[in-house]
Design a protein around this ligand. Structure first.
Ligand code: U2F
Length: 566
Protein backbone atom coordinates (compact mmCIF):
# COMPACT_ATOMS: atom_id res chain seq x y z
CA UNK A 1 0.00 0.00 0.00
CA UNK A 2 1.35 3.42 -0.94
CA UNK A 3 0.97 6.13 1.67
CA UNK A 4 1.16 9.83 0.83
CA UNK A 5 4.30 11.43 2.20
CA UNK A 6 4.71 15.12 2.63
CA UNK A 7 8.22 15.14 4.07
CA UNK A 8 10.66 15.74 1.23
CA UNK A 9 13.86 15.20 3.22
CA UNK A 10 14.70 11.78 1.79
CA UNK A 11 13.84 12.93 -1.72
CA UNK A 12 16.30 15.82 -1.47
CA UNK A 13 19.01 13.47 -0.27
CA UNK A 14 18.37 11.13 -3.17
CA UNK A 15 18.62 13.85 -5.79
CA UNK A 16 22.31 14.24 -5.03
CA UNK A 17 24.68 17.12 -5.64
CA UNK A 18 27.47 18.35 -7.86
CA UNK A 19 25.58 19.79 -10.80
CA UNK A 20 23.84 23.11 -11.27
CA UNK A 21 20.85 21.28 -12.75
CA UNK A 22 20.45 19.19 -9.60
CA UNK A 23 20.70 22.29 -7.42
CA UNK A 24 18.03 24.00 -9.54
CA UNK A 25 15.76 20.99 -9.14
CA UNK A 26 16.35 20.81 -5.41
CA UNK A 27 15.58 24.50 -4.95
CA UNK A 28 12.35 23.96 -6.82
CA UNK A 29 11.42 20.88 -4.82
CA UNK A 30 12.04 22.76 -1.56
CA UNK A 31 10.15 25.84 -2.68
CA UNK A 32 7.05 23.92 -3.68
CA UNK A 33 7.10 21.40 -0.82
CA UNK A 34 4.29 22.99 1.18
CA UNK A 35 2.11 23.24 -1.90
CA UNK A 36 2.65 19.55 -2.69
CA UNK A 37 1.89 18.58 0.89
CA UNK A 38 -1.46 20.33 0.98
CA UNK A 39 -2.37 18.97 -2.45
CA UNK A 40 -1.54 15.48 -1.21
CA UNK A 41 -3.90 15.92 1.74
CA UNK A 42 -6.71 16.97 -0.58
CA UNK A 43 -6.16 14.09 -2.97
CA UNK A 44 -5.92 11.65 -0.07
CA UNK A 45 -9.35 12.82 1.09
CA UNK A 46 -10.72 12.52 -2.39
CA UNK A 47 -9.39 8.98 -2.91
CA UNK A 48 -10.28 7.85 0.59
CA UNK A 49 -11.33 4.33 -0.29
CA UNK A 50 -8.81 3.59 -2.97
CA UNK A 51 -6.15 1.05 -2.32
CA UNK A 52 -2.98 2.28 -3.98
CA UNK A 53 -0.31 -0.24 -4.70
CA UNK A 54 3.19 0.85 -3.80
CA UNK A 55 5.42 0.48 -6.85
CA UNK A 56 9.18 0.10 -7.07
CA UNK A 57 10.17 2.94 -9.38
CA UNK A 58 13.46 3.83 -10.99
CA UNK A 59 13.90 7.31 -12.39
CA UNK A 60 16.88 7.55 -14.72
CA UNK A 61 17.35 11.07 -16.03
CA UNK A 62 19.34 10.34 -19.17
CA UNK A 63 19.88 13.89 -20.41
CA UNK A 64 21.68 14.82 -17.18
CA UNK A 65 24.22 11.99 -17.40
CA UNK A 66 27.78 12.85 -18.36
CA UNK A 67 27.63 9.98 -20.83
CA UNK A 68 24.95 11.80 -22.85
CA UNK A 69 27.08 14.93 -22.93
CA UNK A 70 24.91 16.81 -20.41
CA UNK A 71 24.72 20.05 -22.32
CA UNK A 72 21.99 21.35 -20.02
CA UNK A 73 23.67 21.58 -16.62
CA UNK A 74 26.36 24.14 -17.57
CA UNK A 75 23.66 26.43 -18.98
CA UNK A 76 21.32 26.47 -16.00
CA UNK A 77 22.63 29.83 -14.82
CA UNK A 78 23.22 31.14 -18.33
CA UNK A 79 19.75 31.29 -19.84
CA UNK A 80 19.68 27.71 -21.14
CA UNK A 81 16.51 25.59 -21.17
CA UNK A 82 15.06 24.97 -17.75
CA UNK A 83 11.71 23.51 -18.79
CA UNK A 84 12.98 19.96 -18.69
CA UNK A 85 14.41 20.44 -15.20
CA UNK A 86 11.19 21.98 -13.99
CA UNK A 87 9.38 18.88 -15.24
CA UNK A 88 11.82 16.33 -13.83
CA UNK A 89 11.81 18.04 -10.45
CA UNK A 90 8.02 17.80 -10.44
CA UNK A 91 7.98 14.18 -11.61
CA UNK A 92 10.35 13.19 -8.82
CA UNK A 93 8.20 15.04 -6.31
CA UNK A 94 4.97 13.48 -7.53
CA UNK A 95 6.35 9.96 -7.32
CA UNK A 96 7.79 10.62 -3.88
CA UNK A 97 4.66 12.30 -2.52
CA UNK A 98 2.45 9.50 -3.86
CA UNK A 99 4.49 7.25 -1.59
CA UNK A 100 6.23 4.97 -4.05
CA UNK A 101 9.55 3.30 -3.50
CA UNK A 102 11.83 5.53 -5.51
CA UNK A 103 15.38 5.22 -6.78
CA UNK A 104 17.00 8.06 -8.73
CA UNK A 105 19.87 7.81 -11.15
CA UNK A 106 21.66 10.58 -13.03
CA UNK A 107 24.70 8.59 -14.17
CA UNK A 108 25.41 5.33 -15.92
CA UNK A 109 27.14 4.07 -12.83
CA UNK A 110 24.02 4.55 -10.75
CA UNK A 111 21.89 3.01 -13.47
CA UNK A 112 24.12 -0.05 -13.56
CA UNK A 113 24.01 -0.30 -9.81
CA UNK A 114 20.23 -0.15 -9.66
CA UNK A 115 19.66 -2.59 -12.49
CA UNK A 116 22.52 -4.98 -11.77
CA UNK A 117 22.90 -7.85 -9.40
CA UNK A 118 25.37 -7.44 -6.49
CA UNK A 119 28.84 -8.80 -7.30
CA UNK A 120 29.32 -12.47 -6.76
CA UNK A 121 25.78 -13.45 -7.62
CA UNK A 122 26.22 -13.91 -11.31
CA UNK A 123 27.89 -12.41 -14.28
CA UNK A 124 25.01 -11.30 -16.48
CA UNK A 125 23.15 -8.56 -14.63
CA UNK A 126 19.74 -8.85 -16.16
CA UNK A 127 18.94 -12.49 -16.40
CA UNK A 128 16.64 -12.30 -13.41
CA UNK A 129 13.46 -10.32 -13.02
CA UNK A 130 13.54 -6.57 -13.35
CA UNK A 131 13.86 -5.11 -9.84
CA UNK A 132 11.39 -2.31 -10.71
CA UNK A 133 7.72 -2.09 -11.63
CA UNK A 134 8.24 1.17 -13.50
CA UNK A 135 11.18 3.00 -15.02
CA UNK A 136 10.86 6.66 -15.95
CA UNK A 137 13.54 7.87 -18.30
CA UNK A 138 14.04 9.90 -21.49
CA UNK A 139 15.33 9.15 -24.98
CA UNK A 140 18.97 9.37 -23.84
CA UNK A 141 18.26 7.04 -20.94
CA UNK A 142 16.48 4.60 -23.21
CA UNK A 143 19.53 4.41 -25.44
CA UNK A 144 21.74 3.84 -22.41
CA UNK A 145 19.48 1.09 -21.15
CA UNK A 146 19.60 -0.57 -24.52
CA UNK A 147 23.37 -0.61 -24.33
CA UNK A 148 23.33 -1.90 -20.81
CA UNK A 149 20.47 -4.38 -20.97
CA UNK A 150 20.87 -5.53 -24.55
CA UNK A 151 18.18 -7.94 -25.54
CA UNK A 152 16.56 -8.06 -22.13
CA UNK A 153 15.37 -4.49 -22.75
CA UNK A 154 12.81 -5.95 -25.10
CA UNK A 155 11.52 -8.24 -22.39
CA UNK A 156 11.21 -5.43 -19.87
CA UNK A 157 10.25 -2.50 -22.03
CA UNK A 158 6.57 -2.52 -21.08
CA UNK A 159 7.70 -1.15 -17.70
CA UNK A 160 9.37 1.88 -19.24
CA UNK A 161 7.93 5.38 -19.50
CA UNK A 162 9.74 7.90 -21.67
CA UNK A 163 9.53 11.57 -20.75
CA UNK A 164 9.40 13.16 -24.14
CA UNK A 165 8.81 16.92 -24.22
CA UNK A 166 7.34 17.28 -27.69
CA UNK A 167 5.88 13.80 -28.14
CA UNK A 168 6.25 10.83 -30.45
CA UNK A 169 3.52 9.74 -32.81
CA UNK A 170 2.86 6.06 -33.52
CA UNK A 171 3.94 6.26 -37.18
CA UNK A 172 7.41 7.36 -36.06
CA UNK A 173 7.60 4.89 -33.18
CA UNK A 174 6.90 1.78 -35.23
CA UNK A 175 10.24 0.59 -36.55
CA UNK A 176 9.14 -1.27 -39.65
CA UNK A 177 6.47 1.23 -40.60
CA UNK A 178 8.73 4.23 -40.01
CA UNK A 179 11.41 2.67 -42.15
CA UNK A 180 9.08 1.82 -44.99
CA UNK A 181 7.16 5.07 -45.04
CA UNK A 182 9.70 7.79 -44.31
CA UNK A 183 8.99 8.34 -40.62
CA UNK A 184 12.43 7.42 -39.35
CA UNK A 185 14.06 10.03 -37.14
CA UNK A 186 17.18 10.25 -35.03
CA UNK A 187 15.11 9.81 -31.92
CA UNK A 188 14.43 6.29 -32.88
CA UNK A 189 11.66 3.89 -33.49
CA UNK A 190 11.42 2.00 -30.28
CA UNK A 191 8.21 0.06 -30.86
CA UNK A 192 6.84 1.18 -27.54
CA UNK A 193 3.17 1.62 -26.90
CA UNK A 194 2.38 5.24 -27.84
CA UNK A 195 1.11 6.00 -24.35
CA UNK A 196 4.44 5.01 -22.83
CA UNK A 197 5.73 8.36 -24.10
CA UNK A 198 4.80 11.11 -21.68
CA UNK A 199 4.74 14.74 -22.78
CA UNK A 200 5.05 18.17 -21.25
CA UNK A 201 1.71 19.38 -22.63
CA UNK A 202 -1.25 17.36 -23.91
CA UNK A 203 0.05 17.58 -27.48
CA UNK A 204 -1.41 14.43 -28.95
CA UNK A 205 -3.53 11.95 -27.03
CA UNK A 206 -1.41 9.22 -28.64
CA UNK A 207 1.02 9.93 -25.82
CA UNK A 208 0.26 10.25 -22.13
CA UNK A 209 0.22 13.74 -20.76
CA UNK A 210 2.67 14.02 -17.86
CA UNK A 211 2.94 17.80 -17.45
CA UNK A 212 4.48 19.72 -14.53
CA UNK A 213 3.10 22.24 -12.07
CA UNK A 214 2.99 25.98 -11.62
CA UNK A 215 2.74 27.79 -8.34
CA UNK A 216 -0.68 28.28 -6.83
CA UNK A 217 -1.90 31.33 -4.99
CA UNK A 218 -3.83 31.61 -1.78
CA UNK A 219 -6.65 34.12 -1.38
CA UNK A 220 -4.46 36.82 0.14
CA UNK A 221 -1.91 36.48 -2.62
CA UNK A 222 -4.66 36.72 -5.22
CA UNK A 223 -6.00 39.89 -3.69
CA UNK A 224 -2.55 41.39 -3.38
CA UNK A 225 -1.77 40.62 -6.97
CA UNK A 226 -4.90 42.30 -8.17
CA UNK A 227 -4.23 45.29 -6.01
CA UNK A 228 -0.61 45.66 -7.09
CA UNK A 229 -0.82 45.03 -10.82
CA UNK A 230 0.95 47.67 -12.83
CA UNK A 231 -1.10 48.23 -15.96
CA UNK A 232 1.77 49.41 -18.09
CA UNK A 233 4.35 46.85 -17.11
CA UNK A 234 5.41 44.12 -19.54
CA UNK A 235 7.85 41.24 -19.14
CA UNK A 236 9.38 39.73 -22.23
CA UNK A 237 9.50 35.91 -22.51
CA UNK A 238 13.07 34.94 -23.36
CA UNK A 239 16.00 34.45 -21.05
CA UNK A 240 18.54 34.13 -23.83
CA UNK A 241 19.58 37.16 -25.91
CA UNK A 242 19.10 35.29 -29.21
CA UNK A 243 15.36 35.13 -28.50
CA UNK A 244 15.23 38.93 -28.81
CA UNK A 245 17.01 39.11 -32.12
CA UNK A 246 15.15 41.01 -34.84
CA UNK A 247 12.33 42.07 -32.49
CA UNK A 248 13.18 45.79 -32.40
CA UNK A 249 10.00 46.75 -34.22
CA UNK A 250 7.68 45.10 -31.71
CA UNK A 251 9.71 46.33 -28.78
CA UNK A 252 9.47 49.87 -30.12
CA UNK A 253 5.67 49.71 -30.42
CA UNK A 254 5.36 48.08 -27.01
CA UNK A 255 7.60 50.73 -25.54
CA UNK A 256 5.20 53.45 -26.67
CA UNK A 257 2.77 52.24 -24.04
CA UNK A 258 4.56 50.10 -21.53
CA UNK A 259 7.61 49.78 -19.38
CA UNK A 260 9.45 46.72 -20.62
CA UNK A 261 11.25 44.26 -18.35
CA UNK A 262 13.48 41.37 -19.34
CA UNK A 263 15.23 38.50 -17.58
CA UNK A 264 17.98 37.96 -20.11
CA UNK A 265 21.17 36.32 -19.02
CA UNK A 266 24.31 38.43 -19.47
CA UNK A 267 27.89 38.24 -18.31
CA UNK A 268 29.17 41.76 -18.05
CA UNK A 269 27.32 43.99 -20.48
CA UNK A 270 23.80 44.35 -21.71
CA UNK A 271 23.40 42.04 -24.72
CA UNK A 272 23.12 44.10 -27.95
CA UNK A 273 19.80 42.43 -28.79
CA UNK A 274 18.18 44.01 -25.73
CA UNK A 275 17.44 47.73 -26.31
CA UNK A 276 18.53 50.27 -23.72
CA UNK A 277 14.95 51.16 -22.79
CA UNK A 278 14.41 47.63 -21.48
CA UNK A 279 14.92 47.10 -17.78
CA UNK A 280 16.91 43.88 -17.81
CA UNK A 281 17.08 42.05 -14.49
CA UNK A 282 19.41 39.33 -15.75
CA UNK A 283 18.39 35.74 -15.29
CA UNK A 284 16.37 35.57 -12.09
CA UNK A 285 15.90 32.75 -9.62
CA UNK A 286 12.44 31.24 -10.20
CA UNK A 287 11.07 32.81 -7.06
CA UNK A 288 12.08 36.31 -8.08
CA UNK A 289 10.68 35.82 -11.55
CA UNK A 290 7.34 34.99 -9.88
CA UNK A 291 7.48 38.28 -7.99
CA UNK A 292 8.13 40.18 -11.19
CA UNK A 293 5.22 38.42 -12.91
CA UNK A 294 2.92 39.31 -10.03
CA UNK A 295 3.39 42.98 -10.80
CA UNK A 296 3.39 42.77 -14.59
CA UNK A 297 0.26 43.04 -16.68
CA UNK A 298 1.67 41.55 -19.84
CA UNK A 299 3.96 38.63 -20.57
CA UNK A 300 4.93 38.75 -24.21
CA UNK A 301 6.47 36.00 -26.34
CA UNK A 302 8.30 36.61 -29.60
CA UNK A 303 8.01 33.09 -30.99
CA UNK A 304 10.72 31.19 -29.14
CA UNK A 305 11.07 29.16 -26.92
CA UNK A 306 8.25 26.91 -27.95
CA UNK A 307 5.91 25.47 -25.37
CA UNK A 308 7.78 26.20 -22.16
CA UNK A 309 6.46 26.48 -18.60
CA UNK A 310 6.90 30.24 -18.24
CA UNK A 311 3.62 31.33 -19.91
CA UNK A 312 1.64 29.17 -17.48
CA UNK A 313 3.50 30.74 -14.58
CA UNK A 314 2.75 34.19 -15.95
CA UNK A 315 -0.95 33.45 -16.40
CA UNK A 316 -1.07 31.92 -12.92
CA UNK A 317 0.27 35.21 -11.63
CA UNK A 318 -2.41 37.26 -13.35
CA UNK A 319 -0.53 38.32 -16.51
CA UNK A 320 -2.01 38.30 -19.96
CA UNK A 321 0.15 36.24 -22.29
CA UNK A 322 0.46 37.77 -25.75
CA UNK A 323 2.02 35.55 -28.40
CA UNK A 324 2.44 35.28 -32.16
CA UNK A 325 0.24 33.10 -34.29
CA UNK A 326 2.21 30.95 -36.73
CA UNK A 327 0.78 31.03 -40.19
CA UNK A 328 1.64 28.60 -41.69
CA UNK A 329 2.07 26.56 -38.53
CA UNK A 330 5.57 25.38 -37.61
CA UNK A 331 6.26 21.68 -37.89
CA UNK A 332 8.94 19.10 -38.58
CA UNK A 333 8.36 19.77 -42.26
CA UNK A 334 9.12 23.47 -42.29
CA UNK A 335 11.07 24.44 -39.17
CA UNK A 336 14.56 23.60 -38.02
CA UNK A 337 13.66 23.27 -34.38
CA UNK A 338 11.10 20.56 -35.07
CA UNK A 339 12.94 18.96 -37.98
CA UNK A 340 13.72 15.36 -37.15
CA UNK A 341 11.38 15.29 -34.17
CA UNK A 342 9.10 12.25 -34.24
CA UNK A 343 5.89 14.19 -34.68
CA UNK A 344 3.88 15.67 -37.53
CA UNK A 345 2.11 18.09 -35.19
CA UNK A 346 1.46 21.53 -36.56
CA UNK A 347 2.35 24.15 -33.99
CA UNK A 348 -0.07 27.00 -34.51
CA UNK A 349 1.53 29.53 -32.15
CA UNK A 350 4.40 29.81 -29.72
CA UNK A 351 2.30 28.06 -27.09
CA UNK A 352 -0.60 26.09 -28.55
CA UNK A 353 -1.72 24.81 -25.14
CA UNK A 354 -2.13 28.39 -23.92
CA UNK A 355 -3.92 29.27 -27.14
CA UNK A 356 -6.28 26.32 -27.28
CA UNK A 357 -6.84 25.27 -23.68
CA UNK A 358 -6.76 28.67 -22.00
CA UNK A 359 -7.42 31.41 -24.55
CA UNK A 360 -8.86 34.84 -23.95
CA UNK A 361 -8.79 36.87 -21.80
CA UNK A 362 -5.63 35.24 -20.35
CA UNK A 363 -4.03 34.42 -23.68
CA UNK A 364 -4.12 36.51 -26.81
CA UNK A 365 -2.72 35.05 -30.00
CA UNK A 366 -2.31 37.41 -32.95
CA UNK A 367 -0.45 37.95 -36.17
CA UNK A 368 2.61 39.96 -35.11
CA UNK A 369 3.24 41.05 -38.69
CA UNK A 370 0.19 43.23 -38.52
CA UNK A 371 1.54 46.25 -36.64
CA UNK A 372 -1.84 47.85 -36.32
CA UNK A 373 -3.36 44.80 -34.68
CA UNK A 374 -0.31 44.54 -32.46
CA UNK A 375 -0.69 48.16 -31.39
CA UNK A 376 -4.42 47.86 -30.70
CA UNK A 377 -3.94 44.68 -28.74
CA UNK A 378 -1.37 46.26 -26.44
CA UNK A 379 -3.78 49.07 -25.68
CA UNK A 380 -6.58 46.59 -25.09
CA UNK A 381 -4.42 44.62 -22.68
CA UNK A 382 -3.78 47.71 -20.60
CA UNK A 383 -7.53 48.23 -20.25
CA UNK A 384 -8.79 44.77 -19.39
CA UNK A 385 -8.62 43.13 -16.01
CA UNK A 386 -7.86 39.46 -15.68
CA UNK A 387 -7.66 37.19 -12.69
CA UNK A 388 -4.81 34.78 -12.07
CA UNK A 389 -5.62 31.44 -13.64
CA UNK A 390 -4.10 27.99 -13.50
CA UNK A 391 -5.71 24.98 -15.19
CA UNK A 392 -6.34 22.21 -12.65
CA UNK A 393 -4.10 19.81 -14.56
CA UNK A 394 -1.13 22.08 -13.83
CA UNK A 395 -1.80 22.30 -10.10
CA UNK A 396 -0.04 19.92 -7.69
CA UNK A 397 -3.32 18.17 -6.94
CA UNK A 398 -4.05 17.80 -10.64
CA UNK A 399 -0.65 16.32 -11.39
CA UNK A 400 -0.81 13.98 -8.38
CA UNK A 401 -4.27 12.82 -9.45
CA UNK A 402 -3.22 12.18 -13.02
CA UNK A 403 0.02 10.38 -12.24
CA UNK A 404 -1.74 8.32 -9.56
CA UNK A 405 -4.32 7.26 -12.16
CA UNK A 406 -1.61 6.31 -14.67
CA UNK A 407 0.40 4.34 -12.15
CA UNK A 408 -2.56 2.37 -10.89
CA UNK A 409 -4.24 1.77 -14.23
CA UNK A 410 -1.96 1.94 -17.24
CA UNK A 411 -0.70 -1.52 -18.07
CA UNK A 412 1.39 -2.17 -21.14
CA UNK A 413 2.62 -5.56 -19.93
CA UNK A 414 -0.47 -7.78 -19.96
CA UNK A 415 -1.26 -9.32 -23.31
CA UNK A 416 -4.37 -7.78 -24.79
CA UNK A 417 -7.37 -10.03 -25.16
CA UNK A 418 -8.26 -11.01 -28.71
CA UNK A 419 -11.07 -8.99 -30.13
CA UNK A 420 -13.91 -9.52 -30.72
CA UNK A 421 -15.03 -12.80 -29.18
CA UNK A 422 -16.90 -14.49 -32.00
CA UNK A 423 -20.19 -15.31 -30.28
CA UNK A 424 -20.79 -11.93 -28.82
CA UNK A 425 -19.95 -10.34 -32.10
CA UNK A 426 -22.68 -12.33 -33.82
CA UNK A 427 -25.23 -11.36 -31.24
CA UNK A 428 -24.30 -7.80 -31.77
CA UNK A 429 -24.47 -8.06 -35.53
CA UNK A 430 -28.05 -9.25 -35.46
CA UNK A 431 -29.15 -5.98 -33.93
CA UNK A 432 -26.69 -3.38 -35.07
CA UNK A 433 -26.77 -0.39 -32.79
CA UNK A 434 -27.05 2.07 -35.56
CA UNK A 435 -25.77 4.63 -35.07
CA UNK A 436 -23.97 4.11 -31.78
CA UNK A 437 -22.28 7.43 -32.19
CA UNK A 438 -22.55 9.28 -28.90
CA UNK A 439 -24.78 6.59 -27.42
CA UNK A 440 -23.10 5.29 -24.32
CA UNK A 441 -25.72 2.63 -23.71
CA UNK A 442 -25.81 1.19 -27.16
CA UNK A 443 -25.73 -2.55 -27.46
CA UNK A 444 -22.13 -2.49 -28.66
CA UNK A 445 -21.02 -1.00 -25.43
CA UNK A 446 -23.31 -3.13 -23.32
CA UNK A 447 -21.99 -6.15 -25.11
CA UNK A 448 -18.41 -5.15 -24.80
CA UNK A 449 -18.68 -4.29 -21.12
CA UNK A 450 -20.23 -7.68 -20.55
CA UNK A 451 -17.38 -9.42 -22.25
CA UNK A 452 -16.02 -10.68 -18.99
CA UNK A 453 -12.51 -11.34 -20.29
CA UNK A 454 -12.15 -7.65 -20.71
CA UNK A 455 -10.79 -4.91 -18.63
CA UNK A 456 -10.04 -1.57 -20.06
CA UNK A 457 -8.72 1.72 -18.83
CA UNK A 458 -10.17 4.16 -19.64
CA UNK A 459 -13.31 2.11 -19.12
CA UNK A 460 -15.28 1.17 -22.16
CA UNK A 461 -18.25 3.18 -20.92
CA UNK A 462 -16.31 6.30 -21.93
CA UNK A 463 -16.12 5.30 -25.60
CA UNK A 464 -17.94 7.32 -28.25
CA UNK A 465 -17.37 6.28 -31.83
CA UNK A 466 -17.09 9.01 -34.45
CA UNK A 467 -16.03 9.22 -38.07
CA UNK A 468 -13.68 12.02 -39.01
CA UNK A 469 -14.22 14.14 -42.07
CA UNK A 470 -12.00 13.42 -45.03
CA UNK A 471 -8.63 15.02 -44.38
CA UNK A 472 -9.31 15.31 -40.67
CA UNK A 473 -7.34 13.57 -37.91
CA UNK A 474 -9.01 11.83 -35.01
CA UNK A 475 -7.47 14.43 -32.71
CA UNK A 476 -9.58 17.08 -34.47
CA UNK A 477 -12.65 14.94 -35.06
CA UNK A 478 -13.04 14.17 -31.36
CA UNK A 479 -12.20 17.73 -30.40
CA UNK A 480 -14.91 19.13 -32.60
CA UNK A 481 -17.44 16.98 -30.72
CA UNK A 482 -16.17 18.28 -27.39
CA UNK A 483 -14.37 14.99 -26.74
CA UNK A 484 -10.84 13.66 -26.85
CA UNK A 485 -9.38 10.87 -28.93
CA UNK A 486 -8.43 7.86 -26.79
CA UNK A 487 -5.97 5.49 -28.45
CA UNK A 488 -6.44 2.86 -25.74
CA UNK A 489 -10.00 2.36 -27.04
CA UNK A 490 -9.04 1.79 -30.68
CA UNK A 491 -8.99 -1.95 -30.19
CA UNK A 492 -12.74 -1.88 -29.56
CA UNK A 493 -13.59 -0.15 -32.80
CA UNK A 494 -11.18 -1.93 -35.10
CA UNK A 495 -13.93 -4.28 -36.25
CA UNK A 496 -15.97 -4.38 -39.42
CA UNK A 497 -19.20 -3.81 -37.51
CA UNK A 498 -18.03 -0.35 -36.58
CA UNK A 499 -18.33 0.69 -40.23
CA UNK A 500 -21.97 -0.27 -40.50
CA UNK A 501 -22.66 1.39 -37.18
CA UNK A 502 -21.48 4.58 -38.83
CA UNK A 503 -23.51 3.88 -41.98
CA UNK A 504 -20.50 3.19 -44.15
CA UNK A 505 -21.28 0.57 -46.78
CA UNK A 506 -18.16 -1.49 -47.33
CA UNK A 507 -17.73 -3.01 -50.74
CA UNK A 508 -14.38 -4.31 -49.75
CA UNK A 509 -12.69 -4.90 -46.42
CA UNK A 510 -8.96 -5.01 -45.99
CA UNK A 511 -6.61 -5.11 -43.06
CA UNK A 512 -3.33 -3.31 -43.35
CA UNK A 513 -0.54 -1.60 -41.47
CA UNK A 514 -1.43 2.05 -41.84
CA UNK A 515 -1.48 4.58 -39.04
CA UNK A 516 -4.69 6.09 -40.44
CA UNK A 517 -6.66 2.86 -40.11
CA UNK A 518 -9.37 1.93 -39.29
CA UNK A 519 -10.74 4.19 -41.99
CA UNK A 520 -13.25 4.41 -44.83
CA UNK A 521 -12.42 5.45 -48.34
CA UNK A 522 -15.51 6.90 -50.02
CA UNK A 523 -14.00 6.80 -53.47
CA UNK A 524 -13.69 3.03 -53.50
CA UNK A 525 -16.25 2.23 -50.82
CA UNK A 526 -13.36 0.42 -49.12
CA UNK A 527 -13.27 -0.26 -45.44
CA UNK A 528 -9.86 -0.75 -43.92
CA UNK A 529 -8.93 -2.18 -40.56
CA UNK A 530 -5.69 -1.74 -38.65
CA UNK A 531 -3.45 -4.76 -38.67
CA UNK A 532 -0.98 -3.73 -35.99
CA UNK A 533 -2.23 -2.31 -32.67
CA UNK A 534 1.06 -0.42 -32.27
CA UNK A 535 -0.07 1.79 -35.13
CA UNK A 536 -3.36 2.90 -33.60
CA UNK A 537 -2.96 6.65 -33.88
CA UNK A 538 -5.14 9.66 -33.15
CA UNK A 539 -2.75 11.88 -35.12
CA UNK A 540 -2.66 11.75 -38.88
CA UNK A 541 -5.06 12.52 -41.70
CA UNK A 542 -5.49 12.04 -45.41
CA UNK A 543 -7.90 13.52 -47.92
CA UNK A 544 -8.58 9.97 -49.06
CA UNK A 545 -9.96 8.72 -45.78
CA UNK A 546 -12.62 9.24 -43.22
CA UNK A 547 -11.05 7.80 -40.12
CA UNK A 548 -12.84 5.86 -37.39
CA UNK A 549 -12.17 7.58 -34.10
CA UNK A 550 -12.52 6.30 -30.55
CA UNK A 551 -13.39 9.43 -28.60
CA UNK A 552 -14.04 9.76 -24.90
CA UNK A 553 -15.20 12.36 -22.43
CA UNK A 554 -12.78 14.13 -20.10
CA UNK A 555 -12.78 15.88 -16.78
CA UNK A 556 -12.93 19.62 -16.89
CA UNK A 557 -9.37 20.84 -16.32
CA UNK A 558 -7.93 17.31 -16.47
CA UNK A 559 -7.99 16.25 -20.09
CA UNK A 560 -5.92 13.10 -19.42
CA UNK A 561 -8.71 11.49 -17.42
CA UNK A 562 -12.21 10.48 -18.42
CA UNK A 563 -15.04 11.06 -16.00
CA UNK A 564 -15.00 7.49 -14.72
CA UNK A 565 -11.23 7.15 -14.86
CA UNK A 566 -10.52 7.63 -11.17
C1 U2F B 1 11.30 25.42 -23.10
O1 U2F B 1 12.39 25.58 -22.22
P1 U2F B 1 12.70 26.93 -21.49
O2 U2F B 1 13.55 26.68 -20.32
O3 U2F B 1 13.26 27.85 -22.51
O4 U2F B 1 11.25 27.39 -20.97
P2 U2F B 1 10.80 28.70 -20.23
O5 U2F B 1 9.33 28.69 -20.39
O6 U2F B 1 11.55 29.89 -20.67
O7 U2F B 1 11.18 28.58 -18.70
C2 U2F B 1 11.46 27.47 -17.94
C3 U2F B 1 11.61 27.92 -16.50
O8 U2F B 1 12.59 28.91 -16.40
C4 U2F B 1 12.30 29.73 -15.28
C5 U2F B 1 10.80 29.85 -15.31
C6 U2F B 1 10.35 28.53 -15.92
O9 U2F B 1 9.85 27.64 -14.93
O10 U2F B 1 10.32 30.04 -14.01
N1 U2F B 1 12.97 31.02 -15.37
C7 U2F B 1 13.77 31.42 -14.35
O11 U2F B 1 13.93 30.70 -13.37
N2 U2F B 1 14.37 32.67 -14.38
C8 U2F B 1 14.19 33.49 -15.43
O12 U2F B 1 14.73 34.58 -15.40
C9 U2F B 1 13.37 33.08 -16.50
C10 U2F B 1 12.78 31.82 -16.45
C11 U2F B 1 10.74 24.06 -22.91
F1 U2F B 1 10.38 23.91 -21.61
C12 U2F B 1 11.75 23.04 -23.28
O13 U2F B 1 11.16 21.78 -23.16
C13 U2F B 1 12.20 23.27 -24.73
O14 U2F B 1 13.28 22.42 -25.00
C14 U2F B 1 12.61 24.72 -24.93
C15 U2F B 1 12.78 25.03 -26.39
O15 U2F B 1 11.53 25.10 -27.05
O16 U2F B 1 11.64 25.60 -24.43
Amino acid sequence: QAVFQSDIGTLLEQVGTGKESLSFMKRRIRRLAAQWASAARRLDDKLRNHWREQKRILVHVGFLTEESGDVFSPKVLKGGPLGEMVQWADILTVLHVLGHNLKISVSLKELHGFLGVPPGRGSCPLTGPLPFDLIYTDYHGLQQMKQHMGLSLRKHKCHIRVIDTFGTEPAYNHEEYATLHGYRTNWGYWNLHGQQYMTMFPHTPDNSFMGFVAEELNETERLNIQRNKVNNMAVVYGKEASMWKGKEKFLAILHRYMEIHGTVYYETQRPPEVPAFVKNHGLLPQQELQQLLRKAKLFIGFGFPYEGPAPLEAIANGCIFLQPKFNPPHSSLNHDFFRGKPTSRKVSSQHPYAEQYIGRPHVITIDFNNSEEFDTTIREIMRINVEPFLPYEYTCEGMLERVHAYIQNQDFCSPEAPFPPVNSSRTWLSSPPNPFVLLPNSSLLTWASNASSYSSWPPLSALRLLASLEGQSCVRACQSAGLICEPALYRFINIKEAFSALDFQCEGLESEMNHLFPAFSAEHAECALQQDPLLFSCAGSSAKYQRLCPCRDYRVGQVALCRDCL
